[in-house]
Design a protein around this ligand. Sequence first.
Ligand code: PEP
Ligand code: MG
Length: 954
Amino acid sequence: MAKYAYSFGGGTAEGRTGMKELLGGKGANLAEMAHIGLPVPPGFTITTEVCIHFMRAGGKYPADLTRQVRRALARVETLMGRKFGDPREPLLFSVRSGARKSMPGMMETVLNIGLTSKTIDGLAASMGNNARLAWDAYRRLITMYSDVVMEKAAGLEPPEGKGIRSRLEHAMDALKKKRRVKLDTQLTADDLKTLCMTYRKLVKKVLRKPFPDDPMEQLWGGIGAVFQSWNGKRAVTYRNIEGIPHDWGTAVNVQAMVFGNSGNDSATGVAFTRDPATGEHQYFYGEYLLNAQGEDVVAGIRTPQEISKQGSRDWARNQNIAEKTRRELYPSLEETMPRVFRQLDGIRRKLERHYRDMQDIEFTIERGTLYMLQTRTGKRTAAAHVKIAVDMAEEGLIDEREAVLRVPPGALDQLLHPVFDAASEKKAELLTRGLPASPGAATGQVVFNADAAEAWASEGRTVILARIETSPEDIGGMNAARGILTARGGMTSHAAVVARGMGKCCVAGAGEVVIDYASHSMTVGGRKLKRGDWISLNGSTGALYAGRIATHDPQLTGPFGTIMDLADKYRRLGVRTNADTPHDAEVAVRFGAEGIGLTRTEHMFFEGDRIISFRRLILVAETVKTLRDELKAAGDNPEAAKKVRKKLAAPLKQYNRALAELLPLQQKDFEGIFRALKGRPCTIRLLDPPLHEFLPHDDAGQKEMSRQMDVPVKEIKALVEKLHEFNPMLGHRGCRLGITYPEVTAMQARAIIQAALKVKGARPEIMVPLIGHVRELSLQKDVILETIEDIRKKRRLKKLPFKVLIGTMIEIPRAAVTADEVAEVAEFFSFGTNDLTQMGCGFSRDDAGKFLGDYVRLGIYEKDPFQVLDRGGVGKLVDMATRLGRRTRPTLKVGICGEHGGEPASVEFCHMVGLDYVSCSPYRVPIARLAAAQAAIRDKAAKKPARRRPKRRK
Ligand code: PEP
Ligand code: MG
């Protein structure tokens, strides 16, 4: 019989931490904590397999589940010395989700299960005659259960504000008003009892069903609803964003309730073994609330207090609160319950030693007794990722390789993006300060709801989402926003946790900010800001500013430098950059680029007046070519030749003029890039894009060209029409341009070589794009070599002072499958995986966006093949072409310069098939360095080293 329920508690457990697939992260870690002797309230975990069965079987459970749950439940009863449903000393349960990977706040929880009209008094009596606690627990049970089980899980979708939870909250607000109190905690036991009666009536009226009064019915209702919440809207959205498979399912944890709200010797809290924002660990980072339940901390309704005294003092300083006030109103746990604090601090150390990673823990103190409710590997910012990995390696908790593996390459992105320019930030108008919940800087237009954030961002605007507090419903908008601001909530509020996970800048709990959703505006200290106004957030200090603030590049030293040095120590792949300007090249070199793998020369043609010269060139190039062909055809007929020559004169003049204008400009560009590279190699690609991208399509543009070329507009229009192509991406582009207009290739080659002659140490590599046939490459190589020879002769040089490599991009499948022939001519290959994906998969780069989303959703492709290299198809072409090419020319240098060159999974693939280097945009260089190191370390660990380039053949 399969095992569906795994018990834990009382110093032992049936599960272990390695069983996350079956027990979910929460369940596996509860089991582990019980194993290592931590005080965990007993309970049991129902496996993810049951969830999968439940989903497939339309809400039915496997046959033996009921029996197994009953047995596990009896074990908890024994350990707790209380019975479920017992009127004198009732045992209550919490029912919580727990997927393999944490999905904070995305699924449902029901607390206080087992409270019925028969058990309420017993609970009160057994908790030291605490009637208030019992009725408060019952109120919470009715709220959660009616919302989660009776409404959501039943498929009811009332309009916003009309759901049962809102109705119950209104009833509570009405009672508070009547009693003239502000806080829930000010309601008496009798008030809460009255409220519970109102709640029950409301549930019956609204949901047309009585609130269940049977403990077992409540338990199974809770379990089913948690399973169902796996497929709830926000859970599905979250999984889509995070790339979590939909068929994993969640486990359900049923655990004995302990009460953090049973008096002033009780509390509940969330803590981290190191600071999740910075990675620091001089003191214990965490927050707690006296006399409260866990949901109160996470919901951000009350402002939590710090756990450690030092943390509390730092917090007070940040909030401008005097030490005396802090001590009186917001003391730390270290001060209020020193004994429990010491116990918790001991557990923190034990957990870190055990898990060898930063842990995010939840605890409850019930009448002076500490209970651990959860531990999991804590989500953290990129800065914390790096610092924790480096520190733990220095402390000997992990080794260097493990430190490199610990940092997700993609997270580095957060560290590489600009931070506020200090001088501009100083001058900016500071509106207020909140908590520095997730570091970084963000400037954007403020919006006040998640839908607006998504809509505005999709129009290309940069937005900051401001909310009173966020909830899981806001997930899409938070993802779309550049930064998040909340008026309420602490460092562990939903906004703070989710923002850190997403790597978004966040300022939380800015109490002076008053947001009015109805008028789409907020006020801060008398200053009103409307939707669309620019604001700036500093998530590292908690500052909120009006207006935009200038930014600059980040610091690349400290722990970041250490992790990069370690990455360089272990990686085998070279890392170059794609850069078209000296500035980009400089940035990339600072990020560790070892050269340029792709300079797209055409990008330079758009700048300033160059576009005019370039348009002049392409508008006459075709005419010049046709007339030259005619001239050849005229052969020995002098009369005909004379006529053609006459016709050719004017366009040829324009053509030569354009080439002469472009040559020095291009040369200057290349000189700048060579200089920025300081002796590093530089692959420059000859002209590649479809010509239509440069043509003047609008009236103004055509008129301007008519003026510049002294040709009627009509003629310009006709030329533009003549050059029109139906499928330009497969049309006259790439080396085809150089084949038909060899003068352009010659001009570019001349500009490259002349520039290299001017800059000491330049190492030019000339790359021919988009070849499908080796003969295309030979023809272009001839033009390049002739140009080099011409320069050499004119300059009376014996030979050039540098070696010029001539190679090609491999981006047409035909080139890949004939790579052995291509390598006869090419001295290097660079895979243009953007085009290779386009032509390999047959997906238009410009149009595939329309349906690729569906393709990924349906699992046809696991990931968008333009983002993550399609190993099974395009990857095979890369692998095969590399082998074929090196068979012909063992010294062949092979790299990749498509977008995939900076994407971690694709970099790993490049390592595996033995490429020499990857090339990516400047900001992705550190990501590629780290991903390359991780690939090398994993490879060694798997004991199947990646293919290396073959030894040079004699
Ligand atoms: C490619 O096709 O992968 C490539 C790098 O070239 P481009 O994106 O300029 O076509
Ligand atoms: Mg290309």
